[in-house]
Ligand binder design. Structure first.
Ligand SMILES: N[C@@H](CCC(=O)N[C@@H](CS)C(=O)NCC(=O)O)C(=O)O
Length: 233
């Protein structure tokens, strides 16, 4: 059985999208990040960066003891290797996917995350920070739109590179973006949204009651972190 330590955020959706596409049985374990459950010692053992998602596989390829993986990109790679799905085996096809997966992990995710932070959650509205991240998000949407101009998916057939980026486009309005400005991205977005596995993945989110990051207690937990937070204070 695969155990996914999860909360319904873009990085969590990436993994449920894969699991639903592959038809793998899995159990969701909620990590309520607004309540600080990401700092529980047992969770930190599998996810030392106090972030979800994290995955524990009781039945890893080749058998033996359970394997645990943190970081959503590494989790997608693990699941792709385990199932032989959504990641080509030939070196060229594989690294087309891997480089776009890393692009999402190092660019679209962090920049859109800071965009959400300064546009929606920061108690002060700082125009410099808001403009910086809204513009970077806009640039990255442009990169993806251009890439999708002459292909159906980001890298070959539908892959973990698409699953990594899609959930970060879902909140495009909150990121100050208009999909109409990016016609190829819009076509790709609508196609992935309509996939039955995507619908099933997002439906799982309803099982969890989230606390908005603007809630005073959640804000202290999420945005007041220092090294002391992971040392156990
Ligand atoms: N690079 C990490 C980022 C994960 C991440 O930022 N997760 C957020 C929710 S989307 C989280 O767990 N936040 C808890 C916290 O900030 O303490 C990944 O892709 O897995």
């Amino acid at each position: 059985m695969i155990h996914l330590y999860y909360w319904p955020t873009p990085n969590g959706h990436k993994v449920t999208m894969f699991l639903e596409e592959a038809g793998l049985p899995y159990e969701l374990h909620g990590v309520n990040i607004g309540k600080g459950e990401q700092f529980k010692p047992d969770f930190l053992k599998i996810s030392p960066n106090n972030r979800m998602p994290a995955l524990v596989d009781d039945g890893p390829p080749g058998g033996g003891t359970a394997v645990s993986v943190f970081e959503s990109g590494a989790i997608l790679l693990y699941l792709a290797e385990k199932t032989g799905k959504f990641l080509p085996k030939d070196v060229r096809g594989r690294f087309e996917v891997v480089q776009w997966l890393f692009w999402q992990m190092g660019n679209l995710g962090p920049m859109a995350g800071q965009n959400h932070h300064f546009s929606q959650y920061a108690p002060e509205k700082l125009p410099y920070a808001i403009n910086r991240y809204v513009n970077e998000t806009n640039r990255l949407y442009g990169v993806l739109d251009k890439r999708l101009a002459d292909r159906e998916f980001v890298a070959g057939a539908y892959s973990i590179a698409d699953m990594a980026s899609y959930p970060w486009i879902v909140p495009y309005e909150r990121q100050g973006q208009k999909l109409e400005d990016f016609p190829h991205l819009k076509r790709w977005f609508e196609a992935i949204k309509a996939r039955p596995a995507t619908e099933r993945a997002y439906a799982r989110a309803a099982e969890f009651k989230t606390i908005p990051p603007t809630n005073e207690e959640a804000r202290k937990i999420l945005f007041g972190q220092t090294a002391a937070s992971v040392r156990g204070r």
